[in-house]
Design a protein around this ligand. Sequence first.
Ligand code: ZN
Length: 280
Amino acid sequence: MIFGVAGVPTNYKGKFSNLFDWLLNMGLNAFEIQCTYGFKVSDDRRAIIKKYNNGQIHFSMHGPYFVNLGSLNKAVVGRSIATLKDGINLAKELGVTRIIFHPGGGHENTVEGRIRAINQLVDAINNITNEIDMGEVKLYPEIGGKTASLGSLDEIIDICKRCKYCYPCIDIAHLHAREVGSINTKQDLLDRLNKIKQQIPDKFKDIHFHAYTINYGEKGEIKHITHGYAMPDGSEAKPNLRDFIEVLKEMNIFPWVISEALDSQEIGAKYMRDLYAVDQ
Ligand SMILES: [Zn+2]
């Protein structure tokens, strides 16, 4: 079981050097390094990450939000390519095997415009991975949270089919939000996961999840919700994480699951981890 958090949890007030023991004590064993402003990690933190990256903690890295390989702006694309290369080099140095990135926006949001943007992204990724020795590093394009953003489920599957080093990062909350509330039953989740399994079977076993609940509107994502809280109108916050864990169990898979619950990442992660641990 691999369950963990994205970034240092808001509730954690200790030193970075003690963070991983704190997570391990809760039964959590994954940490997504948030490289929000670029793939930069201080020397002190590098040493701590390397110390725990021996099977105790599973580290992934989340790329900066400005990475946008589908943009119409060539300068943005150039900077995104350079940044992803930095990320791959940093990942190799730290022994991190998963880099998560957003396919982006800034494209023309028509059927043809989206196809052009995805083609551009696929070409850019394949150029990067032809140029750099990837070692053990895999790239994970993530489901986008807004209806207009790149990264629908079909687009993520398409990218993974066409890029040898790309694997799916399925953010189930983003999927629910971008489809304006589509994940309401266990079957809804099963259908999505079965589709991924059928379409990209060789990539499915290395699938990466972000799982938490989310508030959304007609344009998709509005805000992540605190674990255990309802939607602003009082209705149940979704996707239902118990359903999600039951689906993982039924499919007999053991993916990495990262919680991005608002100000409660470790609480959401522990909740899912404990549900999965029952009967194991
Ligand atoms: Zn993300």
